[in-house]
Write a protein that binds this ligand. Structure first.
Ligand code: SAH
Ligand code: SF4
Ligand code: F3S
Length: 478
């Protein structure tokens, strides 16, 4: 089969220039043959990875809706299948390869089916090579910087009867006004910036997502106002490192200013993710404490509690600075919950170094923690470091950490028993039709007996019991 290529290059993607970020505000280009192309056809999107990908999938859905495609949740019914992938760890990639493999039969039954793979994984030359070599069923491969080109790429694929690969490895621009079909009518993701310039040594994101670039504050505020008018109850401001918001714009405003302006719009709930412990300013903490609609929940990725590890990871803070920041957050923001990310088994981590991570978990007593075993990502500095720690040792440490994390999560949850919390009711519980579920202000999943008419509203729930990961209760006056 023919191929039209623009292949990824991680090395190029890791470069950073001082060039200004281009702001693009034009309409989506749709080739004339594509205008009604999706009529009576269906699309299926499967999303892997983080909220940035979830949000990108909403744009892809918006673009496909412009082509008049309808959505289906069953890939057997689809005329086009999009896999929006993640490359953060090897197991994320393995899941995608598994799914691609299983699509082969579908393509055989329906040769007109178009299968496309996009997202972070295809920003890596190695993964694209594997797809090309092993999975002929894939028709289109497009990168994180090429989403708005989807109508043209489908058109090229059909016209040339060729496999299309378009993955740019550039620093990226900011594109406004792309169409969007949101997943929820209650909670919305709002991008505030793209990319990452932190280059933590283990992490592939700065290569797959380009350089840090912020949206203009006026565009973000406009979006939040519109969401409020449409009845949305919650927005989550998204960036790989939201503390860096505004830095490339030279407008004199920063993330604390943005938070304050978003809070003033008066939408019920405002969240954000992810805030790096480096550059987390006192002003940010004070503003979160000041506004009731800025939710008391902070995700503060630790990665390691050991100074030597933190240095090798290029995290830009030491354990003492982290501890101080954690204390300030807990003491200033009433009712705050703190969660974290931790990596076990960074190259040559010793038992003593790992112990420092456990010490930090004992100190911070996190409300919750996402824990990962280090996964070497080709092209990153950590993947080139010598690592002599055997996997069974890493696994054993990982399990010790998991146990500790669960203990503190349960302990934090126990403190809620007998208290009343505000819950945004999202729907009936997945497991039991009589039980409603939603999240508290401090981002605890709450399952409770209540009135179904209150789905979509914020209600008071009295907490009567807990598990390690959830709160259980009854709606007050429900
Ligand atoms: N920008 C976010 C992180 C996004 S990735 C931040 O800095 O907080 C989410 C988490 O995945 C990271 O916090 C880290 O704990 C983990 N992670 C990233 N790269 C990894 C790797 N190569 N191996 C294992 N875990 C990794
Ligand atoms: Fe990755 Fe570090 Fe950037 Fe987070 S801050 S995306 S961990 S490089
Ligand atoms: Fe994965 Fe890319 Fe997000 S690597 S975690 S989807 S930024």
């Amino acid at each position: 089969m023919k191929r039209c290529n623009s292949l990824p290059c991680l090395k190029e993607a890791g470069k950073r220039s001082k060039n200004e970020v281009e702001l693009i505000k034009e309409e989506l280009h749709i080739p004339s043959s594509m205008i009604d192309f999706g009529k009576n056809k269906k699309y299926y999107i499967r999303t892997y990875g983080c909220q940035a990908n979830e949000r990108d999938s909403e744009t892809i859905a918006g673009i496909l809706a412009e082509l008049k495609y309808e959505r289906t949740d069953n890939h057997n019914d689809a005329d086009i299948i999009i896999l929006n992938t993640c490359a953060i760890r090897q197991n994320a990639e393995d899941k995608v390869f598994g799914e691609i493999g299983s699509l082969k039969a579908l393509k055989k039954n329906n040769p007109n089916l178009i299968i496309a793979v996009c997202g972070c994984m295809v920003q890596q030359e190695k993964s694209v090579e594997i797809i090309l070599k092993t999975y002929p069923q894939i028709d289109v491969i497009f990168g994180t910087h090429n989403i708005q080109r989807l109508p043209s790429l489908i058109e090229q694929c059909l016209r040339n009867k060729a496999k299309i690969i378009e993955v740019f490895s550039k620093e990226g621009e900011v594109i406004e006004n792309l169409p969007i079909q949101r997943e929820s009518n209650l909670k919305a993701w709002v991008n505030i910036m793209y990319g990452c310039d932190k280059f933590c040594t283990y992490c592939i994101v700065p290569y797959t997502r380009g350089k840090e670039r912020s949206r203009l504050m006026e565009d973000i505020l406009e979006e939040v106002k519109e969401l409020k008018e449409k009845g949305y109850k919650e927005v989550t401001l998204l960036g790989q490192n939201v503390n860096a918001y505004g830095k490339n714009l030279d407008k004199g405003y920063d993330f604390a200013d943005l938070l304050e302006e978003v809070a003033k719009i008066g939408i019920e709930r405002v969240r954000f993710t992810t805030s790096h412990p480096w550059n987390f300013t006192d002003r940010m903490i004070d503003i979160i404490a000041k506004y009731d609609n800025l939710m008391p929940f902070i995700h503060l990725p630790l990665q390691s509690g050991d100074d030597n590890m933190l240095r090798k990871m290029n995290r830009r803070y030491n354990s003492e600075e982290y501890r101080r920041l954690h204390d300030k957050i807990r003491s200033t923001i009433p009712g705050v919950a703190v969660s974290t990310d931790i990596i076990v088994g960074f190259p040559n981590e010793t038992e003593e170094e790992f112990q420092h991570t456990l010490d930090m978990v004992d100190y911070c007593k996190y409300d919750s923690a996402f824990t990962f075993i280090f996964s070497p990502r080709e092209g990153t500095p950590a993947a080139r470091m010598i690592d002599e720690t055997p996997m069974n040792v890493k696994m054993e440490r990982f399990n010790r950490l998991l146990e500790k994390v669960a203990t503190y999560s349960r302990m934090r949850n126990e403190a809620y028993i007998g208290k009343t919390v505000k819950v945004l009711v999202e729907g009936v519980s997945k497991k039991n039709d009589d039980i409603l579920s939603g999240y508290s202000e401090s981002q605890k999943l709450v399952n409770f007996k209540g009135n179904k008419d209150n789905i979509g509203k914020i209600v008071d729930v009295k907490i009567t019991d807990i598990t390690s990961w959830t709160l259980l209760g009854e709606e007050v006056n429900g």
